[in-house]
Design a protein around this ligand. Structure first.
Ligand SMILES: Nc1ncnc2c1ncn2[C@@H]1O[C@H](COP(=O)(O)OP(=O)(O)O)[C@@H](O)[C@H]1O
Ligand SMILES: [Mg+2]
Length: 298
């Protein structure tokens, strides 16, 4: 693996050295724009309000509107969540543990029963659509865990990724090997013998085999060493630059906001703040509640 800090592409350089100590792990923080007096909303809070969000979501590639969903009858995890992804965007979703970030991705990918609200892709309703339909419509999903076939080789994992279009295997494998050279170089290695970072590349490579137009990534940097984390973020930017729109859930909040076009802070099943990654990173409330020392102290 190349060291991302030696990247030759300045656009992909991070503006600070790796410092694992400033990652948010705001497991118990809670925002709460609900009840904020009208007129006191920050731009990022205002953008997260339903009316404003509906306006901005116009013409989006992927949209989730007023989603209510959960696992157990009577318990809603998403409680009126709104989300959109415009064509070409890389959008990050951050927020405390248990906020519903993974649930939102799973719900967009049709894996969780939707109690109310809707998900659409290019204006077409895909609420609760089966995975094979979503894959054929160009949606790829990389779950956080168990996302490779450990007993299969890297190449076989890639074949599984292209199972709906076996004829394009060679061309797509060459594309993903360009992004992740390790996949080509070690094609005969069993995925189960790889490190966490390498497995993550297999999982992302496999999702890319179907030439998705939208990629849903659940915590791609989780559990990786700082150097591998940077590598994953850089690859996400590169994948995005090849025309793949990306929704990325991340616990590594600062890094995520650094690379994403827009971000959402999800809290208690609702989006609390949304803005450009840059603005969220500098929003005093977001810093206080989700990025700063208070978030860590809680
Ligand atoms: N399979 C499941 N069955 C029941 N509850 C679940 C399941 N998965 C997650 N939850 C609950 O849903 C809530 C949100 O979880 P999740 O979406 O994984 O949060 P996040 O990804 O933001 O950390 C948590 O309270 C969690 O306990
Ligand atoms: Mg999660």
């Amino acid at each position: 693996m190349t060291d991302p800090r030696h990247s030759t592409d300045p656009a992909l350089e991070f503006d600070r050295p790796v410092d694992a100590g400033d990652d948010t792990d705001a497991g118990t923080t809670r925002a709460g724009t609900a009840g904020a007096p009208a007129g006191t909303l920050s731009p990022a809070e205002k953008a997260a309000t339903r009316e404003e969000h509906l306006r901005l979501a116009e013409g989006a590639l992927v949209r989730a509107d007023d989603l209510v969903a959960g696992y157990v009858p009577g318990v809603n995890i998403l409680r009126g969540c709104d989300f959109y992804l415009q064509e070409g965007e890389l959008v990050g979703i951050i927020g405390p543990n248990g906020a519903g970030k993974s649930t939102l991705l799973k719900t967009i990918f049709g894996l969780i029963p939707v109690r109310s609200g809707a998900v659409s892709l290019r204006g077409e309703d895909i609420t609760s659509a089966p995975a094979h339909r979503l894959v054929s419509l160009g949606v790829g999903y990389v779950p956080q865990n168990n996302n490779v076939f450990p007993s299969l080789t890297i190449e076989e994992n890639m074949q599984m990724g292209a199972y709906l279009r076996p004829k394009v295997f060679k061309e797509r494998f060459s594309y993903v090997s360009d992004l992740f050279p390790m996949l080509g170089e070690r094609r005969s290695t069993k995925a189960g013998s790889l490190s966490g970072g390498e497995r993550q590349m297999v999982a992302m490579g496999r999702a890319l085999m179907m030439e998705p137009s939208v990629l849903l990534l659940d915590e791609p940097s989780a559990g990786l060493s700082p150097a591998y984390q940077d590598e994953v973020f850089i690859r996400c930017r590169r994948i995005n630059a090849t025309g793949v729109s990306i929704i990325m859930v991340e616990q590594n909040a600062r890094r995520c906001l650094q690379i994403c076009d827009r971000g959402y802070v999800l809290d208690q099943g609702r989006n609390a703040y949304t803005d450009t990654g840059e603005s969220l990173m500098h929003d005093p409330k977001v810093i206080e509640l989700y990025l700063g020392t208070l978030a860590k102290a809680r």
